[in-house]
Design a binder for this molecule. Sequence first.
Ligand code: SG7
Ligand code: ZN
Length: 245
Amino acid sequence: TGFSYIVGSERGPENWGYLEEEWRACSEGRKQSPIDLARENVKVIPHLGDLRRNYKPSYAYVRNRGHDLQLRWDYKRAGSIEVDGREYFLQQCHWHHPSEHAIDGKSYQLELHMVHSTLHGEVAGNTVVVGLLYEIGEPNAFIKEVLRRVTCETRGEEMEAGEEIEVGEVDPRKIIKGEHSYYRYMGSLTTPPCTEGVKWIVNKQPSSVTEEQIWSLRRLVDDGAWNNSRPIQPLNGRHIQLYNP
Ligand code: SG7
Ligand code: ZN
């Protein structure tokens, strides 16, 4: 059971849609994620406006899910983002290596997803995912802070697959700093069931991270030797909007 990220394997990405009845969108959906945010498909839309982020620090939990590392807040405690006049509450964030989205055909080493929802646990039309790409450079302060709280040296024991630990107060405002330009398009969850109707917002400016920090993140995850990014999906005539003040 489960799914794999290994292209060409029995449970690999090109077969997700045939593994379970509820996963059909992974193969048959026409608005899947991730995509290449390619210049020729991007339209600058000035009236999209700055994102209204109403985040606040709150107690968080880190869960090692075997294929990714997830930082979770209690429902509604970490605040929300306002998109198209609706409030979407931040639920969790997690990392993919290498990146899932590409910009002009260029992939990155790491991508973070902040998953937001209007309702607890609901998906489809109620989900906004904010993506952040990272390129190799200076250490990332937010990742450093998360790693410090979960690594063996701090806790005295290694984190195990499936384990969830309380990590104290985490401020979501520290994840994306100061940058306002973003891409927007309609897509899907990037893992089965690949549900569509997800509003995607991808920060235009990549953040920075070191190779070592990426290794630390991967080492924490059980199958850390592998990647956990879904291949690029066809655009199928969709438009990508760009807000670039
Ligand atoms: C990861 O990506 C997890 C999932 C997430 C999925 O597998 O973070 O989270 C949970 C709680 O299972 O699914 C509904 C949801 O958040 C897909 O999220 S993504 O499209 O942002 N990669
Ligand atoms: Zn994700």
